[in-house]
Design a protein around this ligand. Structure first.
Ligand code: ME8
Length: 439
């Protein structure tokens, strides 16, 4: 469970606009896991990055009157500034416009082609530029994508390269049966199973879109942006150079629930086709909402990330998001709630504990921490640490933090009951606390 290699990735964000709080939640959660695994003794390799090809990015750059490359260079810079302001401890930042990435994509296509899994056919159907994905009639609500209701759905008809995805249906069903922990949290497994049961071949090239990695051996096509993007998990660790084996297979891909099909169906099928081992786990977190709507670039439900960081500082924002938004479900963000938790949890509970402890050490012990025997509080601490490890090993980050703050409450209660200021006058009095580690 500990002391091994731990390659952890997040989704690479579309370079069609600046980072928002939803992106921040994902990066902060993955960062908390990366930091936790490092403390557990693992050799962690933590990769994040940018998804820079595709129609959505090309359209945004055109609307801004700059080349896609100029545009993505600027946006990638903005994301990096945001991640450093949020203390994201990543080891590498991959961009899909880098030469190292292009090489990996070409090798994936070559391998899939050598398997006989790529063929030419005609695609005719709906396309959501927001998802960068083809949509069936029944995935649309009133002719619109439910995830990107402000975008028009496009009708597309083109001669493309197709991936024989359906060939991998049986292997994917076996994967779900034999390694159910592949899809986490558990509540998402049935959704993936249904997707696999309805599996069909997919178009994996675009003939009318120039902004993409060129299709190896067919200059008229570019690689479909999802095939391109998913390969980042390999290109970032040096694939196809054998050095990638130092990290692969990934221990954990952290992604949002909207892109589970790509990570739990397309990606394992691509890897099987390329004769590569599968990642150990995919964790699909939920959405952060504001006033009931998903925070996103296109919905307009967003605000300046820098301003939110400045409100109470980096650590406070990290604490708030990890505590407030369940890592295995959806959660709402509001400034009022942020202020409330900042005051109640951080300033009052944690802040008071720290300040009264330091004050007492100064006042009663001349500023030196005295040697102490084992107290009731040590027992509670052991209990909480056990619970904390159990929650964190299952990636239940919000529960892990709740256990920690249970201990903070316990410690405050202990100080009140034990009343050290009295003990300072009557050294023999017994220490009793009736509080319990909160769950
Ligand atoms: O999907 N709450 O990029 P993206 C929580 N480029 N998570 C959110 C969110 C919200 N309100 N909004 C977005 C892409 N996310 C692709 C990924 S990976 C090979 C390619 C999450 O910029 C979203 O679920 O639309 C995804 O995991 C990540 O942010 C990037 O979203």
């Amino acid at each position: 469970m500990t002391g091994g290699r731990f390659y952890i990735t997040t989704a690479i964000d579309y370079a069609n606009g600046p980072p928002h709080l939803g992106h921040a939640l994902e990066k902060i959660g993955a960062d908390a896991i990366a930091r936790y695994r490092r403390l557990r003794g693992d050799q962690v390799h933590f990769v994040i990055g940018m998804d820079e090809h595709g129609q959505k990015v090309a359209q945004t750059a055109a609307a801004q009157g700059v080349s896609p490359q100029q545009w993505t260079d600027g946006i990638a810079g903005e994301f990096r500034v945001a991640w450093s302001a949020l203390g994201i401890s990543y080891d590498d930042f991959i961009r899909t416009t880098e030469p190292r990435h292009r090489e990996a994509v070409e090798e994936m296509i070559r391998r899939m082609s050598a398997k006989g899994d790529l063929y030419r056919s005609t695609y005719a159907g709906h396309y959501c530029v927001g998802c960068e994905a083809y949509k069936t009639e029944d995935e649309l609500v009133d002719g619109r994508c439910p995830i990107h209701p402000t975008r028009e759905i496009q009708w597309m008809e083109e001669e493309d390269w197709f991936f024989r995805l359906s060939r991998y249906g049986p292997a994917l069903l076996r994967l779900l049966d034999e390694r159910p922990e592949f899809v986490q949290p558990e509540s998402r497994r049935n959704e993936v199973r249904r997707m696999v049961e309805e599996i069909k071949d997919i178009s994996v090239s675009r003939s009318l879109l120039a902004w993409g990695n060129p299709w190896p051996g067919d200059a008229d096509h570019t690689v479909y942006v999802w095939i391109d993007a998913l390969t980042n998990y390999l290109s970032a660790i040096g694939f196809p150079d054998p050095e990638y084996q130092a990290h692969w297979p990934a221990a954990l891909h952290v992604i949002g629930k909207d892109i589970i099909r790509f990570h739990c169906v397309y990606w394992p099928a691509m890897l099987l086709s390329a004769d590569l081992p599968l990642p150990e786990r995919v964790w699909a977190h939920g959405f952060m909402t504001m006033g009931g709507s998903k925070i996103s670039k296109s919905s307009g439900v967003a605000f300046d990330l820098g301003e939110i960081v400045d409100r109470h500082g980096t650590d406070a924002l990290r604490y708030f998001l990890l505590r407030e938004i369940p890592w295995d479900g959806d959660g709402n963000f509001s400034l009022e709630r942020f202020d409330e938790r900042y005051t109640a949890d951080l300033a009052n509970d944690l802040g008071n504990l720290a300040s009264r402890t330091i004050t007492m050490v100064q006042k009663y012990r001349g500023g030196r921490v005295p040697a102490a025997g084992r107290s009731y509080l040590d027992e509670q601490t052991d209990l909480c640490v056990g619970e904390y490890l159990e929650r964190m090993d299952r990636y239940l980050l919000h529960e892990g933090l709740s256990v920690v703050f249970g201990l903070v409450a316990e410690a405050n209660g202990f100080v009140e009951t034990a009343a050290p200021w009295k003990l300072a006058r009557e050294p023999g009095a017994p220490l009793i606390s009736t509080r319990h580690c909160a769950r």
